[in-house]
Design a protein around this ligand. Structure first.
Ligand code: ADP
Ligand code: MG
Length: 590
């Protein structure tokens, strides 16, 4: 027998599609609050949203005669005709959220428009109105969702732990607060403030109030515009990195997305400034013409397809390279000490533990005392932000100027000292040299013309593997400036070396090159070749070489011409800085 389902049954089925877990409820309620024009939104959850979710806004409110309509399926104030779909300016438009949420929970609505003298309260249990009455309340809307899925036990069973559910909500709220920087957001979990933003439209201080574990002193602004695409945001300098990409957040046209394309741009732009396996923290906001973007390739809308991947990669890469070539991104002496510690593997573990712990604490209310400490941190973070902002803006987009440096000499036969107007610098002679040679090798490899010099007394090398002159590694060496001749079984004679090397340098380079080569003598791919050059470069330069002023200037001149003068090919900094202000602080002059 075929029959039309009762409203209650069909509502429950439909609700299943919209409301999957507490996060879905939060998402719908927050989007409604944003659509209402509110500039202050508070979200409060208990037990990961399972026990209750309350969202309060100071937006337009719903008038007394419309409160029940709002809970009907396909009831919306946001569109009237199908045509309106083409010019949507709101986040919602299906008119399904409130109906769906109400069908699977106990909902209480408190709302008042500015025109009304009194507000309305409406209570709905499992889709049925239980009570409607007038009530005193401020302008705006509060929706409380209690006992989610109380009447759909199957759904309830699928929920994760309170901690896991609230983590999802914290992530979502963080991202939405980052996106809508003109709205004040506050998130409360089990009675404790997770974060609150000031809604003053400043992205950096918003980041500081949401992510208390990020030192915003180590973030630099990125900004680039090209042919209708614009990119804006913040990335961490090399002193602040993470073992995963979890802290790389991307928005495209105001929506959070995941994107391998943007990750590729970050990787290219950041190249060599970090050790393998470390990732910068990034907050990237891309704005691109809507018609060059497909957001409907995945139901969760987290994946998008760009018309021109290459252009996206390029603009991301370029914005990062520009930002990292400013004085701001030179490693601070104090921070560089910290980086060293960070590179010890066990630290990563602790760092991760830390993140999990904080969130767990927030969501389970297990330890009050520690949470209090966290709260102080949020406030602290918010306090420092305005200053940092000014500091960053001041020097924004000014590329680092080598020609403004004044060289003072060296210490320990290894470190070159220099200063400009208000900053003191220390260069690692060895790392600088390594960077210079590395770029020369790579250029030589890519260039048609090779700069080789014949040597008076050719040197002999013995390979530890079976090979002959036609093997690939010989032509790679030839390409970077060495001429090899066969000189017996697995023995070769080097008759020419690159012009920029001394014989000793060339010898240790070749030794290391052959060592690193091992069995992979056919290396066909450029990544392998690049790595090999990178590794072998290191051996070619000795520290503890006393150099005079003339040589310092020569070295610095070459460094300044490098594509990336800021770090050696392995990701170590070539130089660090300490500002006059920092020095004055050490001596308690300020
Ligand atoms: P949609 O957002 O797709 O329109 P919803 O079911 O989420 O559908 O909401 C239905 C209607 O209820 C909205 O169109 C809006 O008019 C009203 N509404 C919901 N939440 C709020 C709010 N926080 N403030 C003002 N009006 C609201
Ligand atoms: Mg909605």
């Amino acid at each position: 027998m075929i029959k039309v389902l009762e409203k209650q049954v069909s509502d429950k089925i439909a609700a299943g599609e919209v409301v999957e877990r507490p996060l879905s409820v939060v998402k719908e309620l927050i989007e409604n609050a944003i659509d209402s024009g509110a500039d202050s939104i508070i979200c409060e959850i208990k037990q990961g949203g399972k026990l209750s979710i309350r969202v309060t806004d100071n937006g337009c409110g719903i008038s007394a005669e419309e409160v029940e309509t709002a809970f009907l399926r396909h009831a919306t104030s946001k569109i009237t005709t199908a045509n309106d779909l083409n010019s949507l300016e709101t986040l919602g438009f299906r008119g399904e959220a409130l109906a769906s949420i109400a069908a699977v929970s106990r909902v209480e609505l408190l709302t008042k428009t500015t025109e009304e003298k009194v507000g309305t309260s409406l209570i709905i249990h499992g889709g049925e109105t239980v009570q409607k009455k007038q009530t005193g309340c401020p302008d705006g809307t509060t929706i409380i969702v209690n006992d989610l899925f109380y009447n759909t036990p199957a759904r309830l069973k699928f929920l994760k732990s309170d901690g896991a559910e609230s983590n999802q909500i914290i992530d979502f709220m963080s991202q939405i607060a980052l996106c809508y920087i003109n709205i004040k957001f506050r998130l409360i979990s089990n009675g404790q403030i997770v974060f609150s933003t000031n809604g003053k439209g400043d992205r950096l201080s918003t980041i500081a109030s949401i992510y208390s574990n990020i030192d915003i002193k180590n973030l630099v602004n990125i900004h680039e515009e090209n042919g209708g695409i614009s990119i804006d945001g913040y990335i961490s300098t090399p002193v602040m990195s993470r073992p995963t990409r979890n802290m790389q957040i991307f928005f495209v046209n105001g929506r959070v997305i995941e994107s391998k394309i943007i990750e590729k741009g970050i990787k290219k732009g950041y190249k060599e400034r970090l050790f393998e396996g470390r990732h910068p923290i990034t907050f990237i906001f891309l704005d691109i013409p809507a018609n060059t973007l497909d957001v409907n390739i995945h139901p969760n809308k987290r994946q998008v397809r760009f018309d021109q991947d290459d252009r996206i990669v390029e603009i991301v890469e370029k914005s990062i390279i520009n930002a990292l070539s400013t004085k701001d991104s030179v490693v601070r002496m104090a921070d560089s000490v910290k980086t060293k510690i960070e590179e010890i593997p066990t630290f990563h573990f602790e760092e991760k533990q830390d993140e999990i712990d904080i969130k767990k604490l927030l969501s389970t209310d297990s330890d009050h005392a520690i949470f209090e400490e966290e709260k102080i941190d949020f406030q602290e973070a918010a306090k420092v932000s305005p200053n940092c902002c000014i500091e960053l803006k001041e020097s924004f987009e000014k590329p680092f100027r080598f020609d403004e440096l004044n060289y003072l000499g060296t210490i320990f036969n290894t470190y070159i000292l220099a200063q400009d107007n208000n900053t003191f610098y220390m260069f690692d002679q060895h790392a600088c040299h390594e960077r210079i040679n590395y770029e020369k090798f790579v250029n030589q490899y890519n260039n048609e013309v090779k700069f080789k010099q014949p040597i008076m007394v050719p040197f002999i090398v013995n390979t530890s593997f079976e090979t002959n002159i036609t093997d690939n590694w010989v032509s790679v060496l030839d390409n970077i400036g060495f001429t090899l001749e066969e000189f017996g079984f697995n023995v070769f004679r080097i008759t020419e070396i690159p012009t920029f090397m001394s014989i000793q340098e060339a010898q240790s380079f070749i030794d290391d090159f052959l060592d690193n080569l091992k069995e992979d003598i056919y290396m066909a791919n450029t990544v392998v070749i690049d790595k090999l050059i990178m590794k072998s470069c290191k051996a070619s330069i000795k520290a503890n070489d006393k150099i005079n002023m003339e040589e310092i200037k020569g070295l610095m001149d070459q460094l300044s011409k490098c594509v990336n003068p800021f770090s050696c090919p392995h990701g170590r900094p070539t130089f660090v800085k300490m500002t006059k202000y920092e020095i004055e602080k050490i001596f308690k002059r300020v």
